[in-house]
Design a protein around this ligand. Structure first.
Ligand code: PLP
Length: 403
């Protein structure tokens, strides 16, 4: 047998050993389980989870059924789809942006299986050993994807003082900046002036902004940008990652889109062309059926129907906001986002407040500390739950905390 030179054994990506276990949702599940074991049959008011509860709208369901039937017939059968998305759908999504005055070429738009995939995968086209600025409290996947990629993370804390909207610090250099607006977990939204400050900073320092617009459809204030590309200069520094998960109930169906303007260059390379190469190498695209279902979201009927669902979640938000207003408790979010981020009363810690609400009024939320240390002392309510439960939870909050 041929022998090879002595060599250390294969090493996996050791960055995985640097990941911290995510205790957040595990802890919530354990505490809930223990409570139910001690109080069998108790109804819990669940407002912790960031997942939608309403089904897909009629127009989307019809389009999905129709597309399934297409696949049964020789004449309308589709095999592999173009890796970056069907040209008609890329055109439709570009037209969705044009309604807000953002001019995109269809080729700037890539269809995807969801935002989470893209938020991590996009790091493939950004070099190694990057310095990544993450505003905290933050969506936990930003941190973990960058630990796995071996990047250096700068944790930029925001607070009640800045309304949980950090501004750039000129003394801090970052290569990649994550911005999520409307924000998960805080529900805070970046104004035009705020986003302009970040775009100017990124253009000046050659950084790339990864803009997570998963909640854009929840914006109701006319002055709040839905897209980073509403800001002048963004096409030379930003990538936008979007999803139909929360806006159209696609969390279990899966569909998203990513915008990389052809103008975006770094190191003499066009990031759009690099992403085309990445997708054509690493994926074979999103299924014909899902692309048909997604296209239905962008029709007039589809838009009306998804906004009917969003209005249900907004009514939930209104009940919770009214309760916190009555109690005089500080919070942000709720108006342009499906999350409400409240300060825990009486200087309680996030987990202490979680236990207090569970034991006293059987209401479940998410402790702010789970989104980074900047979230300690805060608590997140999701407005995606059932209207009856949300209304009752709001009543119980007033009764408990107004004592
Ligand atoms: C839910 C969510 C997404 C959407 O992720 P999908 O993979 O498209 O379901 C993206 N970003 C944030 C901040 C979210 O909360």
């Amino acid at each position: 047998m041929e022998t090879y030179g002595k060599r250390d054994s294969m090493t996996p990506n050791m960055n995985y050993s640097r990941l911290k276990d995510s205790y957040l949702f595990y802890n919530i599940a354990q505490k809930t389980k223990t409570y139910l074991a001690e109080h069998p049959g108790t109804h819990l008011y669940r407002m912790g989870i960031g997942d939608v509860s309403l089904p897909l709208c009629r127009t989307v369901i019809d389009a999905l059924h129709h597309a399934v039937n297409d696949q049964a017939v020789q004449e309308s059968f589709h095999g592999y789809m173009p890796e970056c998305g069907a040209p008609e759908l890329r055109t439709t999504i570009a037209a969705y942006y044009a309604r807000r005055g953002v001019q995109l070429a269809p080729e700037d738009v890539f269809v995807s299986s969801g935002a989470s995939d893209e938020l991590g995968d996009i790091l493939d086209i950004l070099g190694r050993d990057q310095r990544v600025l993450i505003m905290e409290p933050a969506y936990p996947a930003y941190v973990d994807a960058n630990i796995i990629a071996g990047n250096e993370i700068i944790h930029a804390a925001s607070s009640r003082e800045d309304g949980f909207l950090a501004l750039p610090d000129p003394s801090v250099h970052a290569d990649i900046i994550y911005i999520c607006s409307p924000n998960n977990p805080t529900g805070a939204v970046f104004s035009r002036a705020h986003l302009r400050a970040w775009v100017d900073y990124a253009n000046k320092t050659d950084a790339i902004i990864l803009f997570d617009a998963a909640y854009e459809a929840f914006i109701e204030d006319a002055e709040i940008p839905h897209s980073i590309f509403e800001i002048e200069g963004a096409k030379t520094c930003a990538i936008e990652i979007c999803s139909l998960s929360k806006t159209a109930g696609f969390t279990g169906t899966r569909f998203g889109y990513t915008v990389i303007p052809q103008e975006l260059m770094r190191g003499g390379l066009a990031l759009n062309a690099m992403w085309v190469r990445n997708r054509t190498t690493k994926t074979n695209g999103v299924s014909y059926i899902l692309q048909k279902g997604a296209a239905a979201v962008f029709t007039e009927e589809g838009q009306n129907e998804i906004h009917e669902n969003i209005r249900v979640y907004k009514k939930n938000a209104a009940h919770l906001m009214a309760a916190l207003d009555t109690l005089g408790i500080w919070y942000c979010g709720g108006k342009n986002a499906p999350y409400i981020w409240m300060q825990c009363p009486k200087n309680m810690g996030s987990w202490a407040f979680f236990d207090y609400l569970l034991h006293e009024i059987q209401v479940i939320g998410t402790p702010g500390e789970g989104f980074g240390s900047a979230g300690e002392g805060y608590f997140r309510f999701s407005t995606f739950g059932s209207p009856e439960d949300t209304e009752e939870a709001a009543r119980r909050l007033v009764a408990l905390l107004g004592k």
